[in-house]
Design a protein around this ligand. Sequence first.
Ligand code: HEC
Length: 274
Amino acid sequence: MAKLPLYAAGITATFTTLLIAAAAEDAALLKQAQGIFQPLPKHMATAEFPITRERVELGRSLFFDPRLPDEKAVIDRLARIPGYAPVFKAAFPDEPQPMTLRNIATAVGAYERMLVTPSPFDAYLAGNQEALPPAAKAGLEKFINTGCVACHNGVGVGGGMYQKFGVVEDYWKATGSDPIDKGRFDVTKDPNDLYVFRVASLRNVAMTPPYFHDGSVATLPEAVKVMARVQLGVNLDDADIRDIVAFLQSLTGELPANFATAPVLPSGAVVPAK
Ligand code: HEC
């Protein structure tokens, strides 16, 4: 075997040191991410809430049905749409009176859990370094270090709390929202709830423009920019935004083909109440 000249051996050693350092950094980022986020569970059905085909179908109908806006009136309205009775019976065969708010929640829950499917980020959290491209890893690091994770964390990368939208400056100055929605305040009338909204889950966020409660922002890069500015007082540059968007794209799961489209709803106009 040819002997390496000394200087070449030195370069090889330096290169190896760099590789080891990069691998250590990768491992540290993964460990940090595992402390902040959790992967989706492999099986989302539980003994208490089994996901059956009939329940998913019912939940999907209820989710899309425009004939239902107000929770209290829901049962009353459902009872007056003839097509729903047999569908409830099929989804909850053991119950004599299956048309209950609890079962509606169970069915919609079953449907929503079908929508949330594991993404490349879940594979990464499970330990697969290759699951995320370098830009997404850089974006993850920026997402953590910029402070996004104060609100967007856990299984849903958000979705777990209410927070003010516009911590640093009024949100509508950045989004151009008109009219201005007062958020939870409109429901609770508590001044502490002024401009407080549910922190959006960022799973599948790349697939769901436009953004924010009023759809006031058209694109994901713009939404990221607005968030950094109004929630954290940070002006991200284009490279930061590109990396964070690459990370957010890694949260897209594969949807079962027929579940994202509107179903054929159980037939029947609402029968007028007597
Ligand atoms: C102080 C809490 C907080 C912080 C920090 C925060 N967010 Fe948000 N985020 C929210 C809230 C609340 C909403 C929902 C606003 C609404 O519905 O109008 C939201 C919504 C979003 C949305 C829109 C989702 C959708 O489907 O409409 C994106 C994208 C987003 N955040 C990304 C980020 C990024 C990137 C960062 C870091 C730069 C960040 N957020 C920091 C609270 C926060």
